[in-house]
Design a binder for this molecule. Structure first.
Ligand code: PEP
Length: 249
């Protein structure tokens, strides 16, 4: 499967800073054609970044989307609007959105279906808290996030789907899941996807690992059978460090 390395810049970078980082990244990854690369800057920088990366193998993504096409929904942005500024992907259900902005599996599902209706590809984020893992409830929790988040989505639409397994205890903490812990959950997720869709579809969906991915741990993580990519937060803010991750396996 073609590896997929994605950057989530979160609430960082002005337009100028975003453009500078993307321009540096473009130079660093020149000639790297055997993997998919995605950058997800804040909404304000999307259009400018599109012009920087146009014609390269870096794709553009947003960090969230709303499910309605238009209307009185102050502050929201639709899938069509994201496509209009050059987005190919959107991240949906990131744990920070679930925690701080009341994102639920139901709203995640609405957002995914609306995105697919406009042929906007999706990275669905799932992952458990440390407490859930300690209580051995992590599998059940992730299973529910997948089942409810992917309700009423066809196998053919699932071609536009990638899943990111992001254990919440590993995000921004420097505490990475061990390659074995990650592999075990990725295999579990693929198995659940085979029930939700079918085996062939599950085998074609890329499952990314997210949670303190760095240049020095990417190789070991990417060597695991069911780890098909990485969703990178902190270490993607610097073009050199993100470039090392992209080239590091
Ligand atoms: C993320 O928020 O998607 C993430 C994985 O962050 P970090 O790499 O900083 O842990």
């Amino acid at each position: 499967m073609r590896p997929f390395i994605a950057a989530n810049w979160k609430l960082h970078k002005t337009v100028e800073e975003s453009v500078e980082t993307a321009a540096r990244l473009k130079i660093i990854i020149e000639g790297v054609n055997d993997r998919d690369i995605l950058v997800c800057p804040p909404f304000t920088a999307l259009e400018e970044i599109y012009h920087v990366i146009e014609g390269t193998n870096i794709m553009l993504g947003a960090q969230d989307v709303f499910w309605e096409e238009e209307g009185a929904f102050t502050g929201e942005v639709s899938p069509e609007m994201l496509k209009n500024v050059g987005c190919e992907y959107v991240i949906i259900g990131h744990s920070e959105r679930r925690k701080y902005f009341n994102e639920t599996d139901e709203t995640v599902n609405k957002k995914i279906r609306a995105s697919f209706a406009d042929e906007l590809k999706v990275i669905l984020c799932v992952g458990e808290t440390e407490e859930m893992r300690d209580q051995a409830k992590h599998r059940d929790f992730v299973e529910k996030e997948l089942e409810d988040g992917l309700k009423n989505i066809s196998s053919s639409d699932a071609k536009m789907l990638a899943v990111a397994y992001e254990p919440i205890w590993a995000i921004g903490t420097g505490q990475t899941a061990t390659p074995e812990q990650a592999q075990e959950m990725h295999a579990f997720i693929r198995d659940r996807l085979s029930v939700i869709f079918d085996q062939k579809t599950a085998d074609s969906i890329r499952i990314l690992y997210g949670g303190s991915v760095k240049p020095d741990n990417v190789k070991e993580l990417m060597s695991q059978k069911d780890i098909n990519g990485a969703l990178v937060g902190g270490a993607s803010l610097d073009a050199e460090s993100f470039g090392k991750i992209i080239k590091g396996f």
